[in-house]
Design a protein around this ligand. Structure first.
Ligand code: NAP
Length: 258
C-alpha cells in the first residue's frame, strides 16, 4: 500500500454502476463495495438489483438501486439524482450496460439489431455521461469508466453494429476526457475480452463449437471471470489512477496483443 492512500481504495466514494443486474456490472457492485464505495446499482430488472443490494447490505456495505433504461436520458438522469439524494454526490460512474447482436453476416442483420445496439451501447453512454458530468462538476470532480470491448479495438465477423458501437464508446470516452480534464473529471474505457456473463453464455448455448473456437483464439485459453474485469474498472475509478484519462484499458488476457 503506497503512502497517502486509504486502506480501502474506494473508501468514501459514491459509485453509480449501470448494467448492474448481471455479469460484469454485478461483479463490479461487489468489488466496488468491497473496496469501500457506497454503490448505486442500476439496470431494468429490479428483482436482480434488490437481491444484490440486500446481499451487499448484509456485508455492511452501503448500497441502493434505481431502475433505469440507459436508452432514456430522463431515466438515467433520475438514477444520477437518486445517487446524489442518497449519498450527497457522485464520485465514480461505471457505464457498463450493453447489448449484443445475433451472430449474423452484416447483410442479413435487421435494422432493428443495429438500432438496439446503437441506442443501448452508444446513446446509453452519451445519456449517462451527460448527467454524470453535470453532477460531478457540481461536486468538484469524479471518474467515469465506460465499457467498450475488444470489439472497440479490432473487428471480428458477424458483429458489425456491435463493433461500430464499441468503437464509438472509445471516441466518446476520449472526447469527454479531453473536454473535462480541466474540471478534475477523468474518463476512461475498459475493453474486456471474452468474459463469462449472460451475454456470452447465451451465445455458447446456441453454438457449443463457438466456445471452443473462442478459447483457441485466446492466449490464456479461457474467458475472464467478471470479477477480473470489475477489478480493472475499480482501479480506474480510484485515486490510484489519478493521471490516467482518455485511456482504453484492455482486459482481454492478451487477445488484442496476439
Ligand atoms: P450481461 O450479463 O448480459 O449484462 C448486461 C447488463 O446490461 C445487464 O445488467 C442488463 O440489465 C444491462 N442492460 C442491457 N440493456 C440495458 C438497457 N437498455 N438499460 C439498462 N441496462 C441495460 O453481459 P456483460 O458481459 O456483463 O456485459 C456488460 C458490458 O460488457 C456490456 O457493455 C458488454 O457489451 C461488455 N462486454 C462484454 C464482454 C463479454 O465477453 N461478456 C466482452 C466485451 C465487452 P437489465 O437487462 O436488467 O437491464
Amino acid at each position: 500500500m503506497s503512502a497517502g492512500h486509504p486502506v480501502a481504495p474506494l473508501a468514501g466514494k459514491v459509485a453509480l454502476i449501470t448494467g448492474a443486474s448481471s455479469g460484469i456490472g454485478a461483479a463490479a457492485a461487489r468489488v466496488f463495495a468491497d473496496q469501500g464505495a457506497a454503490v448505486v446499482l442500476s439496470a431494468r430488472r429490479e428483482d436482480r438489483l434488490l437481491d444484490l443490494v440486500a446481499g451487499l447490505r448484509r456485508t455492511g456495505a452501503e448500497a441502493t438501486h434505481w431502475v433505469a433504461d440507459v436508452r432514456s436520458g430522463e431515466e438515467v438522469g433520475r438514477a444520477v439524482e437518486h445517487s446524489v439524494e442518497c449519498y450527497g454526490r457522485l464520485d465514480i460512474a461505471f457505464n457498463n450496460a450493453g447489448a449484443g447482436v445475433p451472430k449474423e453476416p452484416m447483410h442479413r442483420l435487421a435494422d432493428v439489431n443495429y438500432e438496439l445496439v446503437m441506442d443501448t451501447n452508444v446513446r446509453g453512454v452519451w445519456n449517462c455521461m451527460r448527467h454524470e458530468i453535470t453532477a460531478m462538476l457540481a461536486g468538484g470532480g469524479g471518474a467515469i469508466i465506460n465499457t467498450s470491448s475488444v470489439g472497440g479495438l479490432v473487428a471480428s465477423s458477424t458483429a458489425a453494429p456491435y463493433i461500430a458501437a464499441k468503437h464509438a464508446v472509445i471516441g466518446l470516452t476520449k472526447a469527454a476526457a479531453v473536454e473535462y480534464a480541466p474540471h478534475n473529471i477523468r474518463v476512461n474505457a475498459i475493453a474486456p475480452g471474452l468474459t463469462r456473463s449472460e451475454m456470452i453464455d447465451e451465445w455458447f448455448r446456441s453454438s457449443p463449437e463457438a466456445e471452443q473456437r473462442a478459447y483457441r483464439s485466446a492466449p490464456q485459453g479461457r474467458a475472464a471471470d467478471p470479477v477480473e474485469v470489475a477489478e480493472a474498472a475499480a482501479w480506474l475509478g480510484s485515486d490510484r489512477a489519478s493521471f490516467v484519462t482518455g485511456a482504453t484499458l484492455s482486459v482481454d488476457g492478451g487477445r488484442t496483443a496476439w
